[in-house]
Write a protein that binds this ligand. Structure first.
Ligand code: ATP
Ligand code: MG
Length: 601
């Protein structure tokens, strides 16, 4: 336990799924209104820090320009970041950018048991990839362990903190409930010098885990349980990923976070709604330290906003860790994971994620948004930017019987239908082609305009062909389709459109095409609220990953890792950054062209 709160059970979970968030100008959220008011009132202009008498403690390297706003993104390095964190990152870094301020990246690393360097590295990579820069302002809460300790002694000396020696169980009982006030611990009135001595012995490693804690002395009868003498230090004989064995007592989140904000001169400390009930404690700690002369006013202020919840994904770190550790997915960056690393491998662009953050805006009330809003942002971004290519995902051979054997020619296909400036490319044509299996049938349903015996279609960018029949294997499966082409119908030549046909299909020259592994990813969960009605693992969509061997345009053989393309009629794909090798690309489907889940929720 890191001592952080979990979501309140009464938080509304339903929201309005499927409703597309309106595009809001990014300037209109309530947090901006607070910042505007603070700037207008000159709240920070009065600060004279850096060179002048300033707060008693400012972390070395903390920004010295007082008039600017300062935000921070404070991840705990106990997992990979996910799309919910992306919302917070875009918000914090976006505000700093828009107001000419600074946003810090601070690792909130106070729990040695669950934190690892791998997570630190992945977080740094994810924030950078999203396009944000903290400059020199990379901090770790563990850098403040000395100061946090000194401040704890200050609280003790002022009679506002005491060493409690109740067992964890007794302490829970003494704390009371929402309906029952707490009771004061028998150790609450220990004299300051006794507390100080005990606290120093705790630090010196004289006591085993769980025997004593340091608590603030606030109010055991408060209606706000967070104010009932919160624990601020506990004994934990565990090595920390940065401080090693230097400490065997570690500060808790609520105590650490507000002080870290103050030490870094954060002006607006933006966090999710479940911390609302912790704000009085945040303010209490900082106000007392300012009273002691250890910090200078104006102090940072905490502002809460609604966390992001999305349908068809889980965003709880605990569940994400379970998916990875139990092997239900292929690691933290599995393209089906809602992690930033997973989104990246899936084919998301940083621009699409930032667009998403902007579209959904910032609210004061929790709700669950439909994942299709996120997917639509990717389509909107890639539709503009991704070049078009041809891929046949379920190949069936088409033989043009009246086309000369051994002959070949070039067809030209535009790289982007709306952007002639992106040019055209050559697609080779020959007697034997690959077409999609679904583009041929022997018995066409009504409205089927593709290949069936007697029908003509246009081979996109090529010729009009008329189907003459098909070949089957012993089991009756169609193994090749036959047709004849009309030489005067080549796309782009005069008179090519004289022959009118209703259908157009894509194709590739069989001898030129390149076979490649393509992964067709779909949503990881098959229900909008995974885990709400049964174990979350039972809600996994068994068809969320399908691996096929597709035929691709020859030029795709040299696709660069992370190159994103639209495969015509199929969706947007990305060359996998991990598994693609030179000349042997592997593609992941990022998203289909249309929302194939619409109406299923
Ligand atoms: P935990 O604290 O349980 O380990 P967490 O998801 O809160 O998990 P943190 O590393 O503490 O993870 O989060 C870093 C920041 O990201 C916090 O400021 C937190 O409020 C914010 N954040 C986390 N999840 C979301 C979300 N779903 N939507 C918006 N912001 C989020
Ligand atoms: Mg958290």
């Amino acid at each position: 336990m890191s001592g952080k709160p979990v979501s309140r059970p009464d938080a509304p979970a339903g929201g309005k799924p499927r409703e597309k968030a309106k595009q809001r100008p990014s300037g209109s959220n309530f947090i901006r209104a607070i910042i505007d008011a603070d700037l207008a009132s000159g709240k920070y202009a009065a600060r004279t820090w850096g060179g002048h008498p300033g707060p008693a403690r400012v972390h070395e390297g903390a920004p010295k320009d007082p008039a600017r706003i300062r935000t921070r993104f404070p991840p705990e390095p106990n997992g990979y970041l996910h799309i919910g964190h992306a919302k917070s990152i875009c918000l914090n870094f976006g505000l700093a950018r828009d107001y000419g301020g600074v946003c810090h990246l601070r690792f909130d690393d106070t729990n040695p048991a669950k934190e690892e360097q791998e997570y630190v590295d992945s977080i740094i990579e994810a924030v950078r990839w999203l396009g944000f820069d903290w400059g020199e302002h990379l901090y770790y809460a563990s850098d403040y362990f000395d100061t946090l300790y000194e401040f704890a002694e200050l609280f003790i000396r002022h009679g506002l903190a005491y060493v409690d020696s109740l067992t964890a169980e007794e302490m829970r009982d003494y704390r009371g409930t929402l309906f029952r006030p707490g009771r004061e611990s028998p150790y609450r009135e220990r004299p300051a010098d006794e507390n100080l001595a005990l606290f120093r012995r705790m630090r010196a490693g004289e006591f085993p885990d769980g025997t004593h804690v340091l608590r603030l002395k606030i109010d055991m009868t408060s209606g706000n349980i967070n104010l009932r003498d919160p624990v601020i230090y506990r004994i934990r004989h565990a090595a920390h990923h940065r401080t090693g064995d230097t400490w065997c007592i570690y500060p808790l989140y609520d105590y650490t976070h507000c002080i870290s904000d103050a030490l870094e001169n954060i002006t607006h400390s933006i966090c999710t709604l479940e911390f609302e009930d912790h704000r009085p404690l945040y303010d209490w700690v900082l106000e007392r330290l300012a009273d002691f002369g250890a910090l200078k006013r104006p102090l940072p202020q905490q502002i809460e906003f609604a966390r992001l919840n999305l349908t068809y994904v889980v965003l709880s770190k605990r569940k994400l860790i379970q998916l990875v550790e139990e092997g239900h997915v292929d690691g933290w960056d599995d393209p089906r994971m809602p992690t930033i690393a997973g989104c990246r491998r899936r084919g998301y662009t940083p621009e699409a994620i930032r667009l998403f953050a902007e579209r959904i805006g910032v609210a004061k009330e929790n709700s669950t948004l439909d994942i299709s809003i996120l997917e639509e942002c990717l389509r909107d971004d890639l539709n503009e930017r991704a070049e078009r290519r041809i891929a046949v995902l379920d190949p069936l051979r088409l033989v043009i019987d009246n086309y000369p054997e051994g002959a070949e020619e070039e067809c030209r296909a535009p790289n982007h239908p709306q952007k002639p400036e992106l040019g055209r490319r050559i697609v080779p044509f020959s007697r034997e082609l690959w077409i999609e299996r679904e583009d041929f049938t022997e018995s066409p349903p009504q409205g089927y305009f593709r290949l069936y015996p007697g029908n003509s279609v246009r081979l996109r960018y090529g010729y009009v062909v008329k189907c003459t029949g098909c070949e089957k294997d012993a089991q009756g499966n169609v193994i090749a389709v036959h047709c004849e082409y009309a030489p005067e119908t080549k796309s782009g030549t005069p008179g090519a459109d004289k022959v009118k046909v209703k259908g157009a299909i894509h194709w590739l020259s069989a001898k030129h095409a390149c076979a490649a592994e393509v992964r067709l990813y779909d949503r990881l969960f098959r229900v909008p609220q995974p885990g709400s009605e049964r174990d979350v693992l039972e809600d996994i969509n068994p068809g969320s990953k399908k691996i096929i061997t597709a035929q691709l345009e020859p030029a795709l053989r040299d696709a660069k890792p992370e190159e994103r393309l639209q495969f015509e009629r199929h969706g947007y794909f990305i060359a996998d950054r991990v598994d693609s090798k030179p000349g042997v690309p592997v593609f992941n489907r990022a998203v289909t062209l249309r929302d194939s889940w619409a109406g299923t929720a």
